[in-house]
Design a protein around this ligand. Structure first.
Ligand SMILES: O=C(O)c1ccccc1NCC(=O)[C@H](O)[C@H](O)COP(=O)(O)O
Length: 396
C-alpha cells in the first residue's frame, strides 16, 4: 500500500484541506472506465502495486486550483502511472497520456517541469493513443455508458465475422479477405482522393471480400463511424470490423451501436487483463475480437489469454512503419503455430500484401485470412484490384 500512502502524503501538501480518496472509489472509477466489476480492478491495482510499488516521487500542487480538481488530476495521474507500470511489465512500450502533462517534481522550495519526461509521445502509435484518450473522454461525457447500453437495442443485428472468413476460406481454398475501407494512413498519406466509402465497400463485396474493415479514426486515417453506418445502411452484407484504436470498453459499446460486428484490440497497447475483459465484453455482445500482435512476445502473451480465438499478425511495425511480410511466417513457426492449429485459432495476415505471391507466402505460413488495404483501395476499380491481388476471381 506504499503507493496509496504516498498519494495521501502528497495530497496533504495542498494548501487547502481535501478529502482522502478511498480505495473503493479508486476501484469503482477504474471499473467504470473498463465496465468491469470493481473486483477485477482491485486485481489490476494489486498487480500494479506489486509490480513496482514505487510511488510517484512528487506531484504538482497548484495552489490556485480547486482542491477537488487537483485531487482528480493527481488520481488520474496515479491511475495512468499504474497502468504504465503494469503495461511495461508485460513489455508494452506504448504509454498512456498523462492527464496534465508530466508531474512537476517537488524539490524543496522549488517546483520545476522536467522536459521530455513523459509529456511528449515517443512515436506515432503513442501519439494516436494519447489523442484517442482525450477524444474518448469527451465522447463519454456526451454519451455515458448507461445511455450507450440503451442504444444497443436499436443497433443492427451482429453478423458472424469469423464464420464468414471460414466460409470464404473453404469456398475458395484461399485466405478469406478482410478488405479495408481506408482513405489515408500516417505511413502512406492519402491513398485515394476520390473516396466514396459505400462505393468502395460495394466493389469489395462484389469482388469476393468475406468481410470489411472500416477505419473509424478521423484524425490519422480520415475515417469515421458514419462510414460504417452508411455501408451497413446501403445493404452491404459483409460483416464489419470497426478499425479503431480501442483503449476503453466504452468504445466497444459505441462501435456496436454503429453496426460493428467485430473490433480490433492491439496487444502493443493493451495489457493482458484489458484484452481478457474486453474480449469477454465482445462475446457478451456477440461480436468477434481480432487481437493484433506484432512480435513473438505479444503472440505469447495473447496465446496465454483465455478466450482469444482470432489473432491478427501485423507485418507493419506500428511504431516505425517498417513492413515485413516475413513477420507472419516467423510468428507462426514451431510451437506457436502448433498451438494455434490445435486450438483452431483463425490467424489473419495483415499489411503490406500486394501480389498473388504475397498471398501465397502468408497462406503457406499458416494464415486463413488476410487484411488488405492499400493495394486494393488504390485501384480505380477495387473489385478488379481484388482479382489482381489473388491472381484470380475469388467472387465465385
Ligand atoms: O497504416 C498505417 O500507417 C498505420 C499507422 C499506425 C497504426 C496503424 C496503421 N495501420 C493499420 C493497419 O495495420 C493497416 O491499415 C492494415 O493492416 C492494412 O494494411 P495495408 O494493406 O498495408 O494498407
Amino acid at each position: 500500500m506504499e503507493g496509496l500512502a504516498s498519494f495521501r502524503a502528497v495530497a496533504s501538501l495542498s494548501s487547502r484541506p481535501r478529502k482522502p480518496i478511498s480505495a473503493s472509489a479508486f476501484d469503482a472509477r477504474r471499473a467504470n472506465s473498463l465496465s468491469l466489476p470493481s473486483s477485477s480492478c482491485s486485481i489490476v491495482r494489486a498487480q500494479q502495486m506489486e509490480s513496482k510499488g514505487t510511488p510517484p516521487s512528487a506531484v504538482a500542487v497548484e495552489g490556485e486550483q480547486e482542491p477537488e480538481k487537483v485531487e482528480l488530476e493527481i488520481k488520474e495521474w496515479e491511475v495512468g502511472m499504474y497502468h504504465n507500470e503494469v503495461a511495461a511489465s508485460q513489455g508494452i512500450r506504448i504509454r498512456r497520456r498523462p492527464p496534465t502533462g508530466p508531474p512537476q517534481h517537488y524539490v524543496g522550495p522549488f517546483e520545476f517541469r522536467l522536459q521530455n519526461e513523459g509529456n511528449t509521445p515517443r512515436n506515432i502509435l503513442e501519439e494516436i493513443i494519447w489523442h484517442k484518450d482525450t477524444q474518448v473522454a469527451q465522447l463519454k461525457q456526451r454519451q455515458p455508458l448507461y445511455s450507450l447500453k440503451k442504444a444497443l437495442d436499436n443497433a443492427p443485428p451482429v453478423r458472424d465475422f469469423v464464420g464468414a472468413l471460414r466460409a470464404a476460406h473453404s469456398r475458395t481454398g484461399l485466405p478469406g479477405l478482410i478488405a479495408e475501407v481506408k482513405k489515408a494512413s500516417p505511413s502512406r498519406g492519402v491513398l485515394r482522393e476520390n473516396f466514396d466509402p459505400v462505393e468502395i465497400a460495394q466493389a469489395y463485396e462484389k469482388g469476393g471480400a468475406a468481410c470489411l474493415s472500416v477505419l473509424a479514426d478521423e484524425k490519422y486515417f480520415q475515417g469515421s463511424y458514419e462510414n460504417m453506418v452508411a455501408i451497413r445502411n446501403a445493404g452491404v452484407k459483409c460483416p464489419l470490423l470497426c478499425k479503431e484504436f480501442i483503449i476503453e470498453a466504452w468504445q466497444i459499446y459505441y462501435a456496436r451501436t454503429k453496426g460493428a460486428d467485430a473490433i480490433l484490440l492491439i496487444a502493443a497497447v493493451l495489457p493482458d487483463l484489458d484484452i481478457k475483459y474486453m474480449t469477454k465484453i465482445c462475446k457478451m455482445l456477440g461480436m468477434a475480437t481480432l487481437v493484433e500482435v506484432h512480435d513473438e512476445r505479444e503472440m505469447d502473451r495473447v496465446l496465454g489469454i483465455e478466450g482469444v480465438e482470432f489473432i491478427g499478425i501485423n507485418n507493419r511495425n506500428l511504431e516505425t512503419f517498417k513492413v515485413d511480410t516475413s513477420n507472419t511466417k516467423k510468428l507462426l513457426e514451431g510451437e506457436r503455430g502448433e498451438l494455434i492449429r490445435q486450438r483452431d485459432i483463425i490467424v489473419v495476415g495483415e499489411s503490406g500484401l500486394f501480389t498473388p505471391d504475397d498471398i501465397a507466402y502468408v497462406q503457406e505460413a499458416g494464415v486463413k485470412a488476410v487484411l488488405v488495404g492499400e493495394s486494393i483501395v488504390k485501384q480505380n476499380d477495387p473489385q478488379k484490384g481484388i482479382a489482381e491481388l489473388f491472381g484470380k476471381d475469388i467472387s465465385m
